[in-house]
Design a protein around this ligand. Structure first.
Ligand code: 13P
Length: 252
């Protein structure tokens, strides 16, 4: 079902003490501000997931992993399986982040397998995609986004979209301080919804949540979130400060 969602992707930041502290601060602020109608998710690094999940268990804050392998177990040194995540109570995973694509060579075919594994394990997926600056400069952004979505998701049945959240993250706006304008975000989100509608029909398209990510901060969240096809944000840098993150959570 379409929901407002704000998810904090902590990336490779925060040791154990800092993770627990930030998680507790976020949980406290969410409670104090009586946040309602917006799902709040935080995604710490793997090593701190279990402790953060424990620290937020009694709160409304949910925890997600930043990545996952597709296999259940086996000789994949350094990797983490869906089953392992579920065993510590983590039921949501971010897949396809541009940093995974760029620095770790994750491509659409691999991501399709990861998405399948997550769904087989009854996990929810925040699926990320977005164009690089060159694509935008040459007007190819829609083509790129469409193929990323098609190649990783369009083998799925419509029902799978109950467990999928889409996250549009233009690579040129990630960590750069440069944000897509609210109009650019809206245009792309409307295009994404139309792409889903063309394949699965209006009902599926209208029910899927589409998040924006890329230098989203307290100062611009409200305007971006006010756009009709923007259902929230995937937040990097600003999610590392509890007050900033809360300001974004309450920006709707
Ligand atoms: P920033 O908010 O730091 O630009 O990062 C966005 C992001 O990559 C979230 O996944």
């Amino acid at each position: 079902m379409r929901k407002n969602i704000v998810a904090g992707n902590w990336k490779m930041n925060n040791d154990l003490a800092a993770s627990k502290k930030l998680a507790n601060q976020v949980a406290k602020l969410v409670k104090k501000n009586k946040v309602k109608g917006t799902k709040v998710i935080i995604a710490p690094t793997f090593v701190n997931l279990e402790r953060v999940a424990k620290a937020t268990k009694k709160s409304k804050v949910k925890v997600a992993a930043q990545n996952m392998h597709f296999a259940e177990s086996g000789a994949f040194t350094g990797e983490i399986s869906p089953k392992m995540l579920k065993s510590i109570g983590v039921k949501t995973v971010i897949l396809g982040h541009s940093e995974r694509r760029e620095y770790f060579g994750e491509d659409d075919a691999l991501l399709a397998k990861k998405v399948d594994a997550a769904l087989e394990n009854k996990m929810d997926v925040i699926f990320c995609f977005g164009e690089v600056l060159e694509d935008r400069k040459s007007g190819k952004q829609e083509h790129v986004v469409e193929s990323q979505i098609k190649n990783a998701l369009f083998h799925l049945e419509a029902k799978a979209f109950d467990s999928i959240v889409l996250a549009y993250e233009p690579v040129w706006a990630i960590g750069t301080g440069e944000t897509a304008s609210p109009e650019q975000a809206q245009d792309m989100h409307a295009f994404i919804r139309k792409t889903v509608a063309n394949k699965y029909g209006d009902e599926v398209a209208n029910e899927v949540s589409i998040l924006y990510g890329g230098s989203c901060k307290p100062g611009n969240a409200q305007e971006i979130f006010s756009k009709p096809d923007v259902d929230g944000g995937l937040i990097g840098g600003a999610a590392l400060n509890a007050e900033d993150f809360l300001a974004i959570v309450t920006a709707f």
